[in-house]
Design a binder for this molecule. Sequence first.
Ligand code: PMV
Length: 396
Amino acid sequence: MNMNENSEEIYIGKAKGPINIALIKYWGKDNEQLITPLNNSISLTLDTNVFFTETKVTIKPINLNINSPIDKNNQSQNIITLKINGKDYPVNSRIKNIFTKFFQLKIPICQKLSQKNLNIQIESKNTFPIASGCASSASSMAALVVSIFSALKIDQNKLSKTDLTKIARIGSGSACRSIFGGICEWIKDGGDDSHAIQLYDENYWDLGIKLIIVAQEEKEISSSLGMKITKETSELFKYRINHVVNENLIKLKKSLEKKDFNSLAEIIIKDSNNFHACCRDSYPTINYLNAESEYIIKAVMLLNKIYGKNICAYSFDAGSNAFIFYERVNQKLIDEYFNFVLGFSEKIDKLIVYFENKEIEKIKEEINNFVLKKPSKEKISKIINFKLGEGTKIIE
Ligand code: PMV
C-alpha cells in the first residue's frame, strides 16, 4: 500500500499469467452465471517465455463528498478502466464480477474497500493474437486475479491458490487452470465450489508443446457462444458428457501416472477429435478447423505411423491453431519433421537420420508424397515451442 497526494491509500499489484492447453476439453457450462463446467478437464500450463499476460492493477479509493452515490445509496460505484497493450478497452461484466467477488470476501481489507468508491485501473500487456484459440482469456483472467490478490496483500492462509482458481473461473472458465503450473485438473464440483487443482508440477514429465499458428483472424464464434449452441443442439455432445469424457479422464490419468506417452497421445487426439465432432454436430454447425489444421492432423498421424507408435499428438481449442505434444527427448526429430512438412526446411536427409533401421527409401517416398499437398508458407505465421511452466506469478 502507498499513499497518494491526498494521503489516501493506493493498492498496486502485478502478476504474469501463462496460457494453458487442455488435453481433455472443457466444453459446455453447467451453470452460465457461475461458469461451472459439465465435465472435469485436464490441461498443461505452458511456460511464459513467449506467450503471457502481464497485468498491473491500481486501486485508489475516491474521496467522497456529501453527494457521492455511496452516501445516497449505501452502494459503491467503482470506476474501472482497462488498457490492453496501451489501448483502451471496455470493461466487461466478467471483470466486474471478479472485483465484486474480491470485495465480498470476509477479509478485513476487502470489507474495508467494499465500503468505498474506487478508481480501478487495469493495465495489461499480452503477447499473442487475441481470440484465435491461443487461450488469451485464460492467461489474462488468471493474471488479473493474482494481481488483485497481490495489490490487496492478502495472506495465503486467508485466500489459498485453490480459492484463487474459483475467482479466476468466473473471469473465464479455463483461467482457473492457469493459476497452477504443470498439469492441472478443473474439478466440476457443485456450484461455486468448482475449482482447479495441480495434478503434477512442471518438473514431473519433460513434455514439449509446439504451437503452430495458422490463423491470425478473430474466431467467428466465441467459445462461450459455441459451447452454448453445442449444449442446446448436439445429440453427440450428450454422449460425450455421459460416456466419452469421463472415460477419457480416467485413461488420461493412468497414462500420466505411468508416463506412457503412446497412450497419452491417443487420448489427447481422441478428445480433441470428439470435441470438434460435437462442434460440427451443433446446429448451426460450428467448425473451428481449416485446411491447414487438417493437414497438420494428417502430418501427426503419418509420423506416428512411420515411427511405429505415437511419438506426437495434436489438439485444437476453439480455433485453427495446432498444439503438438511430444516428449522433449524427441525434440530434434519433431522439429525436423514439422519444419520439413510445413516447408520451412527442404532437406529430408536431415530428418531421415532419425529413422535408423527402418525402410528409409519407403519412408522418404511417403513423406515426399505427403508434402506435395502442403499449405503455402504464408498460411503458417508462427511456430513456437513450449515446455511445461509455472502457474501465475506475482511480479514484485
Ligand atoms: O474458458 P473459455 O471460455 O475460453 O473456454 C475454453 C474452451 C476450450 O479452450 C476449447 C477448451 C478448454 O478446456 O480450454
